[in-house]
Design a protein around this ligand. Sequence first.
Ligand SMILES: [Zn+2]
Length: 446
Amino acid sequence: MSRDINNKYWDEELETLPREELEKRQLADLQEIVKFAYDHAPYYKRSFDEAGVKPEDIKTLKDIQKFPFINKTTQRDTQGVGSFLGELAAVPEEDVVFISTSSGSTGVPTMSPFTKKDFDEFQDTESRWFWQIGMRPNDRYVHALNFSLYVGGPDVIGAQNLGALCIWGGTLPSERLLFVLKTYQPTVIWTSPSYAWQLGEKALKSGIDPKKDLNIKKIIVAGELGGSIDATRKAIEDIWGAEVYDFYGLSDIFGACAAMCEAKDGLHIAENHILVETVDIHTGEVLEPGQVGELVFTTLRKHARPLIRFRTGDIGRIDTTKCSCGRTHGRIHILGRKDDMFIVSAVNVFPSDIEAVVREHKGITGEYLIRIFEKDFTNKYAVEIEKSADNPNSDDEVAAEVTAALKARIGVKPARVVVHPDGGLNTRSEHKSKRVIDERNLDYNI
Ligand SMILES: [Zn+2]
């Protein structure tokens, strides 16, 4: 590795391309991939023909708007049809070297195939993100993400290719992981935000002060929204005395779609790989950059299974202005999953907004559980929290304070705030926590 470790960019030319040049490259890749998809993936041939569009119709980036959307259901319906890889795949199976699969938490797991080139480019992008947050060859890195099937597993190879000393931690039990952190003194770790926070708490309870006894300088989080919530990131940073960065990947594409830089103002998206659109959640109408809507991605370089206008189900906005770090690739700001959003009194409520309030509020532990339910044919929500052991206020006082804070932030107050004692909520699960319970169509005793 002959890279200058003092250069802040992994690939300076690519990362600082003037937008005009970046968009020129995007257009050339878009034209190529849409044609490749049409010529080789049976699904695209059929759907483009039905929509009356042809690859040659793409003369500018905006022309992608003429093409039909696909979504998770398209993947499920075409998987295994005609061949093992299905009708969205555009290469024969012998060209595929790796598949990852989705968790299947919302239905049949979908698989994402990679050619060798797709996989190498995925890892090069991951190296770029690691470099972007300051990882260098002299870092020791613990990859504490699931390795089984999950697209975030192979991200560790990006750190290894960068030259860091890598420890393939996987989903170790917390005692064992703390042992690794204490014994090997790694400087960077990647895990889920809820687990990063809980691991810090567990360390303190077992007599290890993460700030003094461990050497973690940077924490990467992904897989849940917490890393994009300032209050959650701050809570994790306070426990660890480390910088926290949010990364974003999709099992449908790869584990390296977007990542924060030192400015922590949104996540830079790899625009050389992904063309981003934002569309109205209900109508699919394309929105202007900066407007909040569903993020729609077109993969520009992934040949095993190109995704043309894939509705991600994530709600957010894109900012294409130049970042203070000097990078020109746009930044996405993610608000939450479309499926997680619920509507109360005509207001869109994201669990992430509730989390932000609970994490910012003093005198409570930051643990929470949200219940969504129906009462008198309308949606309501309740929030359960834990009062900190040293908070002298009564439960009623704490509930009133949190109710007011939620009303101020979200616009609609919760039907109820339930206060538990410290440690009273069963939400401290390892690695990924379930914090939203949808009880709609059940009656709730309020
Ligand atoms: Zn930046």
